[in-house]
Design a protein around this ligand. Structure first.
Ligand code: NDP
Length: 324
């Protein structure tokens, strides 16, 4: 039996329950992992509250680190005793131990701790694809990145700096802006007190930015589109403030031949080899010291309701882990 966080119906944080669930032997292509730490992500909130519907009841959690306890037939890249970390479906990472598909489970280098490993996979692989696989970006380009002091945000600030990219961040308080700046953001705008679109115009001498990376969604969409240079790329990759309303295509023409994409991590890591390659790139950034994983909050697995309330309530900064 393993303590596992589950929901029986979509709802608020009080829907989260900790239950004892049996853990089977791994089947073909699967591994059994004893978790050391589990990562908390905003996707867990969307899955819990029904924005991203799941069949009920369901376990939750998409990211964790731990030690391989058993390996199923046909798994050649992992062995019993390996330290591993992953960001992967199906949901169920908030638990002590589980069986799951092995393809997206990655060997964790000895130099990276379990808490860091659990905190960085989903958010770090997201930053990897945003900066290297979504649109061509080069040193000297300028990116607007919302919620820059959050889990994905603090990794993005450091990643941009390491690639010579100017990152204009936004965040909901002066303290959060200071944190983003300390992690390598070139500028950070407190969008609770300032009109971020106006400020971006000033900071770019009226030119606008090459790329917007917007996972805040509903509340920032209009301002974000207005910050792009002609031919700029809008990457809408989340909905922390709610889903973006349908967009008339003419908006893209009016902004100057703008491009728009709505990517997800899970299409990028669907192929085993690509996932492992992206993870090696992320590990190299962390091991080189270019990216530090900032664990802002730790909660016991049993405190999962509190952890969700803090994430939804904009009380967290950097990464958050649950400790089973
Ligand atoms: P964060 O730690 O960034 O938390 C979300 C932040 O969004 C908050 O701290 C808050 O920062 C900001 N925010 C703005 N408006 C609201 C609101 N109304 N309610 C709550 N938060 C708000 O979370 P994650 O790092 O886990 O994820 C960041 C975003 O990236 C999420 O939208 C997530 O879904 C998305 N994502 C998308 C992926 C993809 O592949 N498509 C993969 C990974 C993440 P502030 O107070 O500074 O405004």
């Amino acid at each position: 039996m393993a303590k596992t966080v589950r929901i029986h119906a979509p709802g608020d944080a009080s829907a989260l329950t900790v239950e004892d669930v049996p853990v089977d032997a791994p089947g073909a292509g699967e591994v059994r992992i004893r978790h050391m730490a589990c990562g908390l992500n905003f996707i867990d909130v969307y899955q819990r509250d029904g924005l991203y519907p799941l069949a009920m009841p369901t376990a939750l959690g998409m990211e964790a680190s731990g030690v391989v306890k058993a390996v199923g037939e046909g798994v050649s890249h992992l062995s019993v005793g390996d330290r591993v970390a992953y960001a992967s479906a199906p949901p169920g990472a908030y638990c002590e131990e589980r069986v799951m598909p092995a393809a997206q489970v990655c060997p964790l280098p000895d130099g990276i701790g379990f808490e860091e490993g659990a905190a960085m996979m989903l958010k770090g692989l997201t930053v990897e694809y945003l900066f290297h696989r979504t649109t061509p970006l080069k040193a000297g380009d300028t990116v607007l990145f919302h919620a820059a002091a959050g889990g994905v945000g603090l990794i993005a600030c450091q990643w941009a700096k390491s690639e010579g990219i100017t990152l204009i961040g936004t965040a909901g308080s002066d303290e959060k802006c200071a944190l983003a700046l300390a992690h390598g953001a070139t500028h950070c705008i407190n969008y609770a007190t300032e009109d971020f679109a106006e400020r971006v115009k000033e900071l770019t001498d009226g030119k606008g930015v090459d790329v917007v990376m917007d996972a805040v969604g509903k509340s920032t969409w209009e301002g974000s589109i207005s910050c792009l240079k002609p031919l700029g790329m809008m990457i809408s990759f989340g909905n922390a403030s709610g889903s973006v309303d349908p967009v008339p295509l003419q908006t893209l023409a009016a902004g100057g031949s703008l491009k728009l994409t709505r990517p997800t991590l899970f299409t990028h890591i669907a192929e085993h080899e690509t996932c492992q390659e992206m993870a090696r790139h992320l590990f190299q950034k962390v091991e080189s010291g270019a990216v530090k994983i900032t664990i802002g909050q730790r909660f016991a697995l049993e405190e999962v309701q509190q952890a969700h309330r803090a994430l939804e309530g904009r009380e967290t900064t950097g990464q958050t882990v649950l400790l089973p």
